[in-house]
Design a protein around this ligand. Structure first.
Ligand code: NDP
Length: 451
């Protein structure tokens, strides 16, 4: 018998924490999982899942516009926003139930409360102290907003998912994943959307052609993108709307202000200092490839580690941690070639290097295609799809695949497998296309873009 209450205490029942707890539990470890909010964490309760359900809902608005070109007419179509929010919440309740039963089945003890480290082996929760040989910090992140006057009037994605009234006008600050996704959702539902970004373009870090393509399409849909703009203050007006002061430009009046300016590690009150766990200036808990902090008994995974803030990454880190520590099966995460999607309108799928990053490594060939999706030949929608491949000119290996257009997130998953296998452009070319699809463009790109 060990002198500890548990073999593992996990703090945070988000994607990474639940995965680590379940896998460790399945190997016979005695696991306690502490959660102060809902089981499922950001992705399931406040992020990917509810957002995607709203994206599905928003899509019907486009379908209704597009269907006339195919001979359909729908009289008196109407939309009930609260009905969508209620249906979405019902699904989240169901998912939380599923998570809870999965934990039970893996013999993980769920402790509902706020965990606080006391020392490298002890956590205080709900007025008692529990000990474990290993402690895993999987507390994730929380929206962060700049401290400008009136910021208390702004909502974040947390609240945006639960609005019971659809705003007629919304101003969104930020140009990252969350900002562009919500801009697309609110616009499709008919809101007047302004997107304020401090740089010249949205989605820093993405391929420039992707950034430009999305900007074009968002603008075409009527989203007002205000580049190189800084918000100075937000004032609430008597009628309940807001006046937003910005530089440069005149004030903007709006019904709702939403900030999507990044997320910060959720470490407040966690007792990291008490346990001697090092935290960097951003509040990130640095870990090595084995997810170990500077304290050998304390580990961390997911967004709190400031590596790649994506659910599948946290899941993999949680799995690797549990395999390594509880199944004598050492596994480390490969952070190369992680695909990701932005559920903007139209959506983005991307894997591998951007053109700019690839050029820094050596000579490249770039293949690019812009075309009108077949569906829109009849729908009449003026929307272009972008497909782009970046190829190492010396080895012929495909270094990056990017797409902006319908189903891009679904399409990019398969391409990520090809890239993981080290596929070359010649192998892409030797692959038979699936016709008629947009995806077949990836295997029929013949002429590189002239240098
Ligand atoms: P991001 O880090 O993606 O984007 C933050 C945005 O806010 C950037 O455009 C940034 O501008 C801007 N910004 C930061 N600080 C300020 C400020 N003080 N004033 C004005 N603008 C500011 O964060 P998100 O909140 O969008 O998302 C957080 C993370 O969650 C993402 O990085 C992503 O990893 C993950 N996520 C993934 C999704 C998916 O996979 N589909 C969906 C949603 C989130 P600048 O570029 O100039 O720095």
């Amino acid at each position: 018998m060990t002198p500890y209450d548990y073999d593992l205490i996990v703090i945070g029942a988000g994607s990474g924490g639940v995965r680590a707890a379940r896998v460790a539990g399945s190997y016979g470890a005695r696991v306690a999982l502490i959660e102060s909010s809902r089981v499922g964490g950001t992705c399931v309760m406040r992020g990917c899942v509810p957002k995607k359900l709203l994206v599905y809902g928003a899509h019907f608005a486009h379908d209704l516009e597009d269907m006339a070109g195919f001979g359909w007419s729908v009289e008196g179509a109407s939309f009930d926003w609260p009905a969508l929010v209620v249906a979405k919440n019902r699904e989240l309740d169901r998912l939380e139930g599923v998570y809870r039963s999965l934990l039970k089945a893996s013999h993980v003890e769920l402790i509902e409360g706020r965990g606080k480290l006391v020392d490298p082996f002890t956590v205080a929760v709900e007025g008692r102290k529990i000990t474990a040989e290993k402690i895993l910090i999987a507390v994730g992140g929380w929206p962060s907003m700049p401290a400008i006057p009136g910021i208390e009037h702004a909502i974040t994605s947390n609240e945006a998912l639960d609005l019971m009234v659809m705003p007629e006008r919304i101003l969104i600050v930020g140009g990252g994943y969350i900002a562009v996704e919500f801009a697309g959702i609110f616009r499709a539902f008919g809101a007047d959307v302004s997107l304020v970004i401090r740089k010249d373009r949205v989605l820093r870090g993405f391929d420039d052609d992707v950034r430009d393509a999305l900007t074009t399409e968002m603008t075409r849909q009527g989203i007002h993108i205000l580049p190189e703009t800084v918000i100075n203050r937000i004032d609430k007006l008597q009628d309940g709307s807001y006046r937003v002061k910005r530089t440069p430009g005149p004030d903007i009046e709006t019904d709702l202000v939403m900030y999507a300016t990044g997320r910060a590690p959720n470490i407040s009150g966690l007792g990291l200092a008490e346990a001697g766990v090092r935290v960097d200036a951003r509040g990130v808990v640095p870990v090595d490839e084995w997810n170990t902090t500077n304290i050998p008994s304390v580990f961390a995974i997911g967004d709190v580690t400031g590596r790649v803030e994506l659910t599948p990454v946290a899941l993999n880190e949680g799995l690797n941690f549990a395999e390594t520590q509880f199944n004598d099966n050492p596994r480390v995460m490969d952070y190369n070639t992680i695909p990701s999607a932005v559920f903007s309108s139209p959506p983005i799928g991307t894997v591998g290097l951007t053109e700019a990053a690839a050029r820094q490594r050596g000579p490249v060939r770039v293949y690019r295609s812009r075309f009108r999706p077949m569906k829109h030949t009849l729908s009449g929608r003026a929307e272009q799809t972008l497909i782009k491949l970046i190829v190492d000119a010396r080895s012929d290996r495909v270094l990056g695949c990017h797409m902006v257009g319908p189903e891009a997130p679904e399409i990019i998953q398969g391409l990520a497998i090809a890239m993981k296998c080290g596929a070359t452009k010649a192998q892409f070319d030797a692959t038979i296309g699936v016709h008629p699809t947009a995806a077949e463009e990836f295997v029929t790109l013949r002429e590189p873009v002239p240098e």
